[in-house]
Design a protein around this ligand. Sequence first.
Ligand code: ATR
Length: 280
Amino acid sequence: MTSPDYAVFGHPISHSLSPRIHAAFGKQAGIALNYIAIDVPAESFAASLARFANESGRGANVTLPLKQDAFRFSADVSDFARRAGAVNTLTRVDSTWRGDNTDGAGLIRDLTGRHGLDLRARRTLLLGAGGAARAAAHALLDAGIGELVIVNRSPERADALADSIGLPKRVHTRYWNDLADLGSFDLIVNATSAGVARETLALPFGLVAPRALCYDLSYGVAAFGFVAWARAAGAGKALDGLGMLVEQAAESFAIWHGTRPDTDPVHDQLRGELPLLATD
Ligand code: ATR
């Protein structure tokens, strides 16, 4: 077998859909690529990435828990990656890595492009303050949401995220224990990893404004609990992050290959296979 030229690094990574998505994009564009999943814990990531580059690695996606390490390993980063403090796309440039973050663009493309939603002025609640939340926060603010309230189990991480954004009139933090007192929101984004860990979030129904959009950045079974809660609370739309996954992959593909694939057929194929309570 030829050496891989593209890969996704993460831990765990065995269930990653990225190799399938990039293979489908490559087929569509008539580009032969060898994209594999590489399971590597944080302590071995640097060595594994160096080996990949030495063999034939030209580009890599990076997922949990390595996005901040990928940021540190990048000789140069895009403006959005710098703001998010995380890199999910590495590109080999002159024997160094350039770091991009396509998660934010992927989220906005899914919401506004695929689902045709207008995000402007929405009062938004962001649950979580990790790497995924950071990218979402910046992308949503860029897209024109109204007030952003960040709530995280560990309040100091929410404060750190709000401080780093630096928009004190628009971005606020509140305590998890006070969720019942925050009023209702037009957009609620679950950026916690609770669902991935099969943990349940206890969220008050009162958070959901009539016709609100609720979005979980994870997809499939990991998003079941949040999507079910949102529907029970009367959300106008409750979505998982499959669309974001496919769109961020398309943004990475465009960086590497100079052409943006048609994401709909790939998304629809995966949607048909992945269990989801509801997409609308
Ligand atoms: P990611 O890159 O996916 O954001 P992360 O940086 O590990 O991963 O962040 C995970 C997020 O999920 C954090 O905001 C975490 O809260 P803490 O900062 O308090 O750890 C949140 N999280 C994970 N499990 C949770 C749970 N059961 N309830 C609430 N928040 C949870």
